[in-house]
Design a protein around this ligand. Structure first.
Ligand code: FAD
Length: 461
C-alpha cells in the first residue's frame, strides 16, 4: 500500500509514464538471480536529476522507503523491494551527455547500460575498461553503487578508479553534484566515494563522469595448466614483470570448474587435458601488435622454462581467444547443479590454497556428495565458489555459508569482493569488519539518511 497523495504528487512532478502501479509493477521480475515477481508498492521513473530530486523530496516528506533500481543484475539481493517500498528506477535516464576526447571522459546518466558505454567509447577510439558478464543489462548507476569489479581490475582497477565525477540525490532530495572531470581534486573530502559502493543506502546516483582509456591495439591470450597452486603467484609476478604493465586478466580455475566448462553439455572443448589441478587464463592488452606479441611469447617462455606451468596454449586468432574466454564465462553451466549457492570472497593470494583446502574438507565432511566449483580473478585476490549440496533450503544455505565465511577468519579475508552485501550477506558483515568500522558506517548512514528511507535493511539491518 502507498499513500495516494504521494502517488498523485509523484505523477505531477514526473512526466507521463513516470509512475507505475498494479500489474505494471507485478509483471516485472525481481532480477537476474531470483527472477520472482516484483512486489513494490509503485515504481517511480524520473527522466532527469531534477525529477529524481523532486520525487525524493516527496518521499522524504511522506517518510516513504525507496529502493533504487538499475539493470537488476546484482547478485546479493541489494535491489529487493518489499510491498510497502517504492522503487526508484533510473531506466529512463539514458543520455550520454558528452564524450570529451581531450579528457578523455564520458559524461553519462545513471541508466546508461554498460554495453552502450563500451560501444560509444569504441566508436571514438577509446576504451571504458569496466567489463563483466552482465554488460548487456547492468547500468552505470548500479555498477557505481556496487563498485563493480569484473575482468580487468588487475590492470585498470574497480569502478571506483574509473569514476572522476559523480552526482547523487540524497534522502531528502538534496542534489550533491561533484561532477569534476579531473583526476586530481583534493579540495576537501572526495564526496563521490560516499556513493560509490554504498549500494544505494546513502544516495541515488544520477550522473557520472567516467574516465576513458586509449583503445588497445593488441590483445594476447593464453591458457596455462599448472601442477601446484604455489606456482600461480610466481607466474603472476613473472608475467607482471615481463609484460610491462599490460597484463589485464589473470583468471584462475580449479580442476572441477574447468571440467564442468569443457565437458558436454558445455559447448567448449578442453584446449588442454582435464587432468591438471589448476588452470589460469592470461590476457594482455597493449598498444603495438608486433612487439606486444613478442613480449607475450617471451614472458610465457620464461614461465615454461622455469617449470612453473606444465602446459600452455596461446590463442592465435579472435575465435580461439573467444573460445578460451568462453570457458571462463559460461556460468550457465552451474545450472546443471541446481540449487546452488554462489560466493564472492577475497583474501590475500598467499592464503588462498589453504583456504580452498579447508573449505573443501569441511564441505566433504558434511555433504560427501557436494559439487564445489572454484574460480576467480586471482590477480585481484578474488575467488568465486559455487556450491551444490543437494538442498537449497535455509538450513543448507546457513551451513554452507558458515563454512565458506568461517574459513576466512584469520586469513584477512572479506565476505564480499565485488558483489556487495545487499540483504544476502549482511548477517556475516561483522566477520570481516571491526565493531569500530561498523559503528562508523552506521554513523554515516544516520547522518545522511536519518529517517532510514534509502534502501532500508541493505548492508546492515
Ligand atoms: C552474468 C553476471 C555476471 C556478473 N559479473 C560480475 C563481475 O564480474 N563483477 C562484479 O562486480 N559484478 C558482477 N555481476 C553483478 C552485477 O552485474 C553488478 O553488481 C552490477 O553492478 C549491478 O548493476 P545493475 O545496474 O544491474 O544494478 P541493480 O542490480 O539494479 O542494483 C544493484 C544495487 O545498486 C543499487 N542501485 C542501482 N542503481 C542505483 C543508483 N542509480 N543509485 C544508487 N543505488 C543504485 C540497488 O539498490 C542495489 O543495491 C554479475 C552479474 C551477472 C548477472
Amino acid at each position: 500500500m502507498i499513500d495516494s497523495q504521494l502517488l498523485l504528487a509523484a505523477a505531477a512532478v514526473l512526466r507521463p509514464g513516470g509512475v507505475l502501479t498494479g500489474d505494471e509493477v507485478s509483471s516485472r521480475s525481481t532480477g537476474w538471480i531470483s527472477r520472482g515477481s516484483l512486489q513494490a508498492a509503485a515504481i517511480f521513473r524520473p527522466r532527469s536529476t531534477a525529477e529524481l530530486s523532486a520525487v525524493m523530496k516527496l518521499c522524504h516528506a511522506a517518510r516513504q522507503p525507496v529502493v533504487p533500481h538499475g539493470g537488476l543484475t546484482g547478485l546479493v539481493e541489494g535491489a529487493h523491494a518489499g510491498q510497502h517500498e517504492v522503487v526508484i528506477s533510473t531506466e529512463l535516464m539514458t543520455r550520454i551527455e558528452e564524450l570529451d576526447e581531450a579528457g578523455p571522459t564520458m559524461t553519462v546518466e545513471a541508466g546508461v547500460v554498460l554495453e552502450t558505454i563500451h560501444r560509444r567509447a569504441f566508436e571514438r577510439g577509446f576504451l571504458f575498461p569496466l567489463d563483466l558478464g552482465a554488460r548487456g543489462s547492468a547500468m552505470i548507476g548500479g555498477l557505481i553503487s556496487t563498485n563493480a569489479g569484473g575482468n580487468r581490475v588487475i590492470r585498470y582497477g574497480m569502478t571506483r578508479n574509473l569514476v572522476l565525477g559523480l552526482e547523487a540525490v540524497m534522502a531528502d532530495g538534496t542534489i550533491i553534484s561533484s561532477m569534476y572531470p579531473v583526476v586530481k581534486n583534493n579540495s576537501g573530502y572526495d564526496l563521490k566515494h560516499l556513493f560509490i559502493g554504498s549500494e544505494g543506502t546513502l544516495g541515488i546516483v544520477t550522473r557520472a563522469i567516467l574516465r576513458l582509456q586509449p583503445q588497445p591495439r593488441s590483445q594476447n591470450t593464453a591458457f596455462l595448466a599448472v601442477n601446484e597452486f604455489s606456482s600461480l603467484p610466481k607466474i603472476l609476478n613473472e608475467l607482471n614483470a615481463g609484460l610491462g604493465g599490460t597484463l589485464s586478466a589473470f583468471e584462475v580455475m580449479w580442476n572441477d570448474f574447468y571440467r564442468l566448462m569443457t565437458t558436454p553439455p558445455a559447448k567448449q572443448h578442453p584446449p588442454l587435458p582435464q587432468t591438471y589441478p589448476v588452470y589460469v587464463l592470461v590476457d594482455a592488452l597493449g598498444s603495438d601488435e608486433a612487439s606486444d606479441r613478442e613480449r607475450f611469447s617471451t614472458a610465457l617462455e620464461g614461465v615454461m622454462d622455469k617449470g612453473l606451468a606444465a602446459d600452455c596454449v596461446v590463442a592465435m586468432n579472435a575465435s580461439e581467444r573467444a573460445g578460451i574466454w568462453a570457458i571462463r564465462d559460461d556460468i550457465d553451466q552451474f545450472h546443471q547443479y541446481r540449487p546452488w549457492f554462489g560466493f564472492d570472497i577475497s583474501l590475500p593470494i598467499k592464503n588462498m590454497d589453504a583456504y580452498v583446502t579447508e573449505v573443501r574438507e569441511k564441505l566433504n565432511a558434511k555433504w560427501p556428495d557436494n559439487h564445489t566449483f572454484v574460480f576467480g580473478h586471482m590477480g585481484d585476490g578474488n575467488l568465486h565458489l559455487n556450491v551444490h549440496v543437494g538442498s537449497g533450503d535455509d538450513e543448507a544455505r546457513h551451513g554452507v555459508e558458515s563454512i565458506i565465511y568461517g574459513a576466512l577468519e584469520g586469513r584477512q579475508g572479506a565476505i564480499s569482493a565485488e558483489h556487495g552485501v545487499g540483504l544476502e550477506k549482511r548477517a556475516w558483515l561483522k566477520m570481516c569488519r571491526t565493531p569500530e568500522e561498523l559503528a562508523l558506517m552506521r554513523t554515516m548512514k544516520q547522518a545522511l539518511d536519518p529517517l532510514g528511507i534509502l534502501n532500508p535493511g541493505k548492508i546492515f539491518a
